[in-house]
Design a protein around this ligand. Sequence first.
Ligand code: CTP
Length: 407
Amino acid sequence: MTEYIFKGKTIALGVSGGIAAYKAVDLASELTQAGATVKIIMSENAVKFVSPITFQSITCQPVITDLFASNPQGRIYHISISEEADVIVIAPATANILAKAACGIADDTLSTTIVATRSAVVMIPAMNNYMWLNKATQHNLETLRERGIHIIEPEVGRLACGEEEAIGRFPKTETIIDYLKNLLTVVRGLEGKTILVTAGGTHEPIDPVRFIGNRSSGKMGYAIAEAAEARGGDVVLISGPTCLRPPYGIKVVNVETARQMKQAVLDYLPQADAVIMAAAIADFRPSEESVEKIKKEKMPKSLGLGLNPDILQMVSEKEGRRIVVGFAAESENIIESAVEKLKKKNLDLIVANNIGKPGVGFGSDLNLAILIDRSGPMGDLKTYRKSDLAGRIMDWLVGALKRDAAD
Ligand code: CTP
């Protein structure tokens, strides 16, 4: 966890009355351990699920349940908290608190804090799947999003009401922490800049059914797109096929093959201040694509391959000044090979990944990586959560764009 982001920050954690209230205890604990001052506000129903004493013991802060309670200086608590909080997190957010917030209802301490604040508000809904899918709930979410309220969507999985595989689960604590880290990042610095990000692998068709692909999940590129957006950038995310949900507020261009990705990159390149090539583009494609499905009896003895365009190389050779960041997926001589790629492709930064270790890299939430710019490697190869690594790449980019503007 990147403690430095949470140190000195005040987080108001509003707990509403759902079974996931017990998971908010873990969230409060992690945030407190990371150095934040966590002030808890509980709705009347939340208190039926978890005792305020639990939160108080974990956060060492008073827990507010009464609308008219005041702090030691005599100020009404919900007003003082709504002013001093860097962010207000509602976790879990029930359908009821979403509806109240969408309508501006302020009839208890939690809903009043939301109406009174000028700080960022993050809602983390968790509920029964039908309540989540209910048109009124969805309409309320849309209204809240339009007003700039952040929503971390629930996950699919087992629900407390007995559903085995349905939407509505409270997200993992790490997912919430990563989101807050991006939101609270002091360095913004990408306002007015267009950041082009590629993500995922490509599918190179053999026939209408089969393709050559790779193990890329797209998680790294999506995390970069989100981190760039959190720093105020206008993001265009060019994505190969993935199972990931399109990030809210980011323009996503979906492509399938390397050649389609190349075209999409060319289309958006003129307006890009930076290009981050996180996609695992297939280096080769079948030299012939059959229009019809190839029958078993007609199976070719071998598959002819042709080379795909190297998009990164092409971008770095195109006229115009922009920052170009590439990735290097390596399983041996990680740093040396990456430095070679940085030079060969004339990049400003390369993110070298060790893909040879189990549990990190393709498909995982972790990456064993190191950033290398033209002055050399920064630190050592380290295991990062992809969202954390994305934040570091963006922090580097903010600095690089500043240096560029000063030249
Ligand atoms: N890349 C690209 N076009 C390709 C292949 C790769 O733009 N056809 C980009 C990737 O997005 C990545 C970088 O090039 O940012 C390096 O990709 P990698 O697969 O590590 O290296 P290659 O250049 O393909 O070299 P090799 O596979 O031989 O290591």
